[in-house]
Design a protein around this ligand. Structure first.
Ligand code: GLU
Length: 290
């Protein structure tokens, strides 16, 4: 299989050094393997995505010396595929509508054990199950409501003896190794994640899985901050009969105080380094790829 990887930024702010590291590393890995490097614009959050950020992403990547295959996949043009995946999961009884807002979730998660620690998963508070029905809902998918994955049912449906994903760098010599996923952890520490947000008709988890398969991604190269989310993606790949890529979760680029860089840290924006006269080679050195 041809090594195929991607860089998948959301156009909701400027690219910073962390993005540069991710994109350069993925690009370098593709080149070293004689493989393909694809770009995907993760713009499902139409309330925050902006075309001028998207243009700046193209500009910054070109400036870094990164080339990609066209056409670029823009998620907003792919909403039909996400809907099809939802239909499939709905038809096998794994989704349910949820009308809770953040405040409801916090109240329900705190209620049973006053003072006890609230469980946090990859998406925040582990959903306390307020809207989870006894029996799987039937009929058509309801509109304008969030849809959650019933994780317990999902895990029961899949073969719990084969929970793993392949990760490059996981072996003792940095070779590909196998990371085991715990089914119990999925139910209790990850829980019923949202697969379609009310305002978007999809979610990051669903879209990324559908698109990695659509783009024939063999290797996902992304930050360590998404490590915990990968188990959700593996579950979805198995439920949707999609292949699982090999994952490479890279270290995060931090600021001088050890804090992870976020998009709002505009001071680290690549565009500012460019304006101040930095060269792409200097950016490579800054992120440890020089
Ligand atoms: N769109 C995500 C981000 O902006 C990346 C998702 C991924 O690489 O799976 O960080």
């Amino acid at each position: 299989m041809t090594f195929t990887t991607r860089f998948a930024p959301s156009p909701t702010g400027p690219l910073h050094l962390g993005h540069a590291y991710s994109a350069l590393l993925a690009h370098d890995m593709a080149q070293a393997a004689g493989g393909r490097f694809l770009l995907r614009i993760e713009d499902i959050d139409q309330g925050r995505a902006r075309t001028d950020w998207e243009r700046q992403i193209y500009d910054d990547l070109c400036w870094l010396g990164i080339g990609w295959e066209t056409p670029v996949l823009r998620q907003v043009e792919n909403l039909k595929s996400y809907r099809q995946a939802l239909e499939k999961l709905w038809s096998i009884g794994l989704l349910y509508p949820c009308t809770c807002n953040r405040r409801d979730i916090l109240a329900a998660a705190s209620a049973p054990q006053e003072g006890a620690e609230i469980a946090y998963g990859p998406d925040g508070i582990v959903y306390p199950g307020t809207c989870r029905p006894e029996a799987a809902p039937t009929g058509a998918i309801p509109d304008s409501v969030a849809l959650r994955l019933d994780m317990r049912r999902a895990v029961e449906r899949l073969d719990a003896n084969h929970w793993y994903f392949d990760e490059t760098g996981a072996g003792p010599q940095g070779e590909t190794g196998r990371i085991t996923i715990d089914a119990d952890n999925l139910v209790h520490e990850v829980g019923d994640v949202v697969l379609a947000r009310r305002d978007m008709g999809t979610s990051y988890h669903l879209s990324v899985v559908v698109d990695d398969a659509a783009q024939s991604i063999s290797h996902v190269v992304r930050g360590q901050d998404l490590f915990e989310a990968t188990q959700i993606h593996i579950v979805l790949q198995r439920l949707l009969d999609l292949p699982s890529p090999t994952y490479h979760h890279h270290r995060l680029i931090r600021d001088a105080d050890g804090k992870r860089l976020a998009k709002r840290d505009d001071a680290r924006a690549l565009a500012l380094y460019r304006d101040q006269g930095a060269t792409p080679q200097e950016i490579r050195q800054m992120v440890g790829l020089g």
